[in-house]
Every structure is written in C-alpha cells, then in structure tokens.
Design a protein around this ligand. Sequence first.
Ligand SMILES: Cc1cc2nc3c(=O)[nH]c(=O)nc-3n(C[C@H](O)[C@H](O)[C@H](O)COP(=O)(O)OP(=O)(O)OC[C@H]3O[C@@H](n4cnc5c(N)ncnc54)[C@H](O)[C@@H]3O)c2cc1C
Length: 535
Amino acid sequence: MQPSARILRACVDSPFCSSLRVVVLQLVWFKRDLRVHDHAPLVAAAEAGRVLPVFVHEPEVQQADDFSPRHAAFLRDSLDALHTALGTRGVALLELRGSLPDVFDELCDVLPIAAIHAHEETGNAITYVRDRRVRAWAKRRGVPLHERPGAGVVRRLATRDGWHDRWVATMRRPCAPAPEVLVGATDDELRRVPASLRFARPNGTQTDATTGPRARQRGGREEAESLLHSFLHERGEDYRRAMSSPSEAELACSRISAHLAFGTLSNREAYQAARVRVRELRDSAATVAPSGRASLVRWQQSLVSFASRLEWRDHFTQKLEDEPALEHQPFSPLYADVWPHEVDMSRLDAWRTGHTGFPLVDACMRSLEATGWLTFRMRAMVMSFASHYLWLHWRHAGTVLARAFVDYEPGIHWMQCQMQAGSTGINTIRIYNPVKQAEEHDPDGTFVRRWVPELAALPSGDLYRPWATPAMVQLMHGLRIGGDYPLPLVSPESAHGQARDTLHAVKRQAQHSGESARVWKQHGSRRTPLGRPNR
Ligand SMILES: Cc1cc2nc3c(=O)[nH]c(=O)nc-3n(C[C@H](O)[C@H](O)[C@H](O)COP(=O)(O)OP(=O)(O)OC[C@H]3O[C@@H](n4cnc5c(N)ncnc54)[C@H](O)[C@@H]3O)c2cc1C
C-alpha cells in the first residue's frame, strides 16, 4: 500500500477522524471509460481523498433504439472486469440504476459526496441532454462536477485549424497511471445507499440474445490488452493489404474498436503502444536480414495506417461534438428530404437479415448479425447499398447497424453513415457496386460461400450474379434462384443510375457550393498524419 493511502486508510478506520478530506467522498462517474488505466478523473479523485466509483444503468440509454443485447453483454463483461480492477485496489464499484441526475441527488442525500469526477463524453442525443441535466443539477446542488477530456476530442473548439497538431500532442502526453491503491467508502456508508438505487448484478455469463456468448467479442480490459498486443506483435503485418478483405480482415485488423467504444482501452494507450512498436521495428532495421526486409516494410506501413485511423476516430467524433444535431440531421439541409422519411420495412428487413439477392451484401449482413463486426470497406458497401440501391434513409439503415455493431460509437457511426450515403456535401459521392466489390475483395468467393451457404455450390463466375445463372446450371446444382435464394430486390443498373442522378442533381443546385464551403470550414479535416486530406 502507498504510504499516503495507508495513512488515509488509518484515518478512515479511526473513530477520531476529523479531516474533511477523509470524511467526504469523491464520486468517480464511469460511463464509456470502463478502465482504471489512463483515467484522469480516477487519479484526480484519488488525489483528493476517498473514492466512490459509480456506474449508473440508465433506462433512457439502455432502452434507446441504438442500444442492443450485444452492447449489454459487452458492457457486462467490461463492468465485471472493472469490479475486479477496482476491487484489487481496495474499492468496490457501485452499480446503480435509474435516471440522472436523480440517482446522484439521492446518493448525495445519504453520502458525503464532495465532488463528481468524470470524462467528457461525446455520445448520442440522449447522453448529451443527460450531461446537460447533470451539469445544471450539480450547479444547483453545489456539488463540483469536474469533467476532463477523454481523448483528442476538444470541447468548445473554436476552429479546426491546428486540430491535427493538437491531437498528436494530446496523444503523446503520458497516460495517467492506474492508481495502485484506493481508499473507498466504509461498509457503513455503503449500507446507506437505498436498495431502490442498487442494480442487481446478474450471475453467470451473459449471452447475446441473437448469437450466444461465443460468437461475439468479449469485453473487459484483459481482452483489450490481449487484442492490442496480438495485433501489434503478431497479426498486424498484413493490415494494410488485408483490411478490406471480408475474410482476412477479421484477423488482420486490430479489432479493438469495441474496447475503444466502451473505454476498456483509451485511444492514447493504443496510439502510444503503436509508437513503441514502430520504434522497435525501426531499431531492428539495422540488424534485419535481407529476407526479412519486406516484412519489416509491411509492418511499418501497416502501423502508419493504423495510427491514422486512431486519429480518424477522434476526427469524426469531433464533428458530432461540434454539432450534436448531426446524429439526426444531414450536414447540409439540401439533403434533408432526399431520402423518404417513411421506412420501407420490407426492404429494410430484407437488407437487415441478408436476403436482398445480392450475395456480398447478404453475406456481410448475415456475418454482422452473427459476430457484431464488419471491416470498414464492407460497412461502407452495405451502407451505400441501403442508401443508394434500396433508397433507405441513412437514419433507418444506420440504426440497424448501430444495434448490430458491438463497437457502436455515435461520433464515428453517424458521420460515416452520412458520408457513405452522400449527405455531407463535402465528400465525393461513391456508389458501391456490390458485384464489383465482391470480385475485388472476395475473388474466390470464400466469404460469400461461408455466409450464404445456399449459393456455395455455384461456380465463381455465377456466384456474384446468381440472378444471371442459367436455369440449367441452377438445376445442376439443385438450386432455384427466386426460391432457395431471392432474386435481386432491385434492378442493379436502374437503382444505381437513379441514385447517381438524384444525388448529382442536389449537387448541381446553386446553393450547393456555398453549403459545402460552410460544412468544410466547420468540420473538414485540414490534414492527416500521412498528409492526405481525410474530410
Ligand atoms: C457506415 C459505417 C459505420 C461505422 N460505424 C462505426 C462505429 O459505430 N464504431 C466504430 O468504432 N467504427 C465505425 N466505423 C469505422 C470502422 O469501420 C471501424 O472502426 C473498424 O472497422 C473497426 O475495426 P477495428 O477495430 O479492427 O479497426 P482498425 O482498422 O484496426 O482501426 C483501429 C481503430 O481506428 C478507428 N477507425 C478505424 N477506421 C475508422 C474510420 N474509418 N473512421 C473512424 N475511426 C476509424 C477505430 O476506433 C478502430 O478501432 C464505421 C464505418 C462505416 C463505413
């Protein structure tokens, strides 16, 4: 035990304890930052005195349409791991339930809470409004609320100029060390917490209602560390080459996204670990045998790409931080009524369940349903398909994906949904052709055959356009397109052409260039670590 913690513990246990620092509690409000490493609010609270770590299960958040059983399962794993991490440091995590700030208000009635420490969160509209309510309540009640930046996202940012340099500086700052020992509330104090506020922690393994525990990624710090380590030291060499391949990306990508989203790992930790690895590789360059040089170059290129993406994470989240309405509204009002506001449920369901008649799209959606993850290129393709071929509103398609991605992160998600749909006004309109994508990224059909087994017997030439498979070939393989596997929901050529014409017509409007300039000034990236513009 550290000397200061030992003294504090002795004071708390003493009947004569009188120092205010010892009497009061510092509430640490855990949200999407479920770790003890690189957690500045926890460190600040520990320096100020006794710590009361709290996580609140809020019905508004957990019953929202962007929260799903798979998020609940990942959250459970991560909270269990946090219980252990805090427990070994001497304090218990208090899991509560109810709306905020009411829960804090009741807690303050029974416990001597001196201050609340938390990370700033750039979440969805629900947590945005909740945070404002908590801030107003804290002011009224006279409880200091200390919010600290969680990553490279800047609150009240005046201009995007210089954002990149600021981000790099933030990422290079030392990570807050995990406190070795914490002093918490006494048993007597904890008994005062009303039963109505307590969250009953479930026993046993949580299952994801759709897939069971095995098929999804597990939460928790240990998993996060293990994924980051195996990516940086074993799996990452082919990242740059394989990241768009639906079969290879599963292993070649880092897979840390859900951990970053739930905060079992910080972006800074990932960035710094990548830098250490890059340095190691650079140092080994002088001694590497000629046969190993190509591998070294692949590693280095892959890690540069990886670091860029860690910056993109905050770059996109910064947009939502600066303009929270972007979760629901397009970047430019010119796109407000381009897609129908009424949802076509039969199209949405066919897309969600992987029955559109387009094999790569269906394989992606079925694999997503089973695993909760897709690589970037396939996410972009399914989103483009929903917005362009099926002409579904990006909000409707985006909500399906938000529930399905274990790593759902509003700041990245809604910005990407809009970008792929083409409603930002500053990005090139890109309408993915699902047949071409299949030919490029699944050339031997491994992925399609795995997830759309009814097509497995088809020769590669017919696999991506099953609707064009001659009746005789279908018969030979015991397959009927339009029976065993659906005919395409829309005609690929006319859907593509209509989407292109409609979006380009919006672009040709007189106000479009002025609108684009406005959007770019507020949200456009000025540069990336590679020096390439990423808008
Ligand atoms: C329509 C759509 C929706 C998306 N929704 C989400 C989402 O809800 N949550 C999410 O984390 N990512 C989202 N992405 C971005 C990206 O696809 C995922 O971050 C990535 O596939 C996660 O896998 P990984 O951790 O192995 O990523 P890696 O390729 O190993 O990248 C490392 C980290 O960098 C960040 N990152 C990677 N690509 C991007 C990107 N294009 N934009 C911003 N950050 C990036 C992520 O935090 C990721 O964990 C979305 C992309 C699209 C096209």
